[in-house]
Design a protein around this ligand. Structure first.
Ligand SMILES: CC(C)(COP(=O)(O)OP(=O)(O)OC[C@H]1O[C@@H](n2cnc3c(N)ncnc32)[C@H](O)[C@@H]1OP(=O)(O)O)[C@@H](O)C(=O)NCCC(=O)NCCS
Length: 167
């Protein structure tokens, strides 16, 4: 494993959601790349708001994808919430989503991070069904699904193809 997947606590999501990279940098033992300032703040704000309401969501919330050697955040990965929170309302399934920063792509990081996160969910909480979705034109994400063994369910939700993996 080349990566760690540390949870991003409320204070960190708060700083990132406010586009305050300097404050965020004081909260973590790894480097935050400048590209984070241009990242989609909405996802950090959404997860921050959810955690503020319910701290029990933390293990299912946002995690940094951190390269172990020369520790730096190379992306982020999260579940939409605990099992049952997913695009098709499958009660036992956990839905995940991934982003790797542009300069760090095509090194297998998204695939490795997703595998690691699903392994955690199975080992710690017995989750055996995973959901993910992407748009039909997202070749990189489609390939990540394929490498992980996800298959299309045939459903389309808000323009996104739904995939699932059972283990
Ligand atoms: C999707 C994303 C997370 C992939 O991250 P990554 O770390 O580069 O993924 P991996 O290296 O594990 O795998 C990417 C695979 O897609 C392939 N790929 C990348 N761009 C591609 C393209 N334009 N066409 C075809 N294949 C492509 C890579 O070659 C690789 O496959 P390979 O290992 O067989 O060579 C990243 O591109 C990203 O963050 N995109 C923007 C956000 C996003 O779309 N997130 C997903 C929303 S569902």
């Amino acid at each position: 494993m080349r990566l760690d997947l540390p949870l991003m606590p409320l204070a960190l999501l708060d700083a990132l959601g406010a586009d305050d990279l300097e404050r965020a940098g004081t909260l973590v033992p790894y480097r935050l790349p400048a590209v984070l300032a241009a990242a989609d703040l909405g996802i950090f704000q959404l997860r921050q708001a959810q955690l503020a309401l319910d701290s029990a969501r933390l293990p299912w919330s946002m995690r940094a994808i951190v390269r172990r050697d020369d520790p730096q955040m190379v992306g982020y990965i999260n579940f939409h919430g605990p099992p049952g929170v997913n695009d098709i309302a499958a009660p036992e399934a956990a839905e995940l989503g991934w982003t790797v920063f542009p300069t760090e792509r095509r090194r297998g990081y998204a695939t490795e991070a997703a595998r690691g996160l699903m392994t955690w969910a199975t080992a710690a909480h017995g989750v055996r069904r995973f959901i993910s979705s992407t748009t039909p034109d997202n070749a990189a994400s489609l390939r990540v699904h394929e490498k992980l063994g996800f298959t299309a369910t045939g459903e389309i939700v808000e323009g996104e193809l739904i995939f699932e993996l059972r283990r």
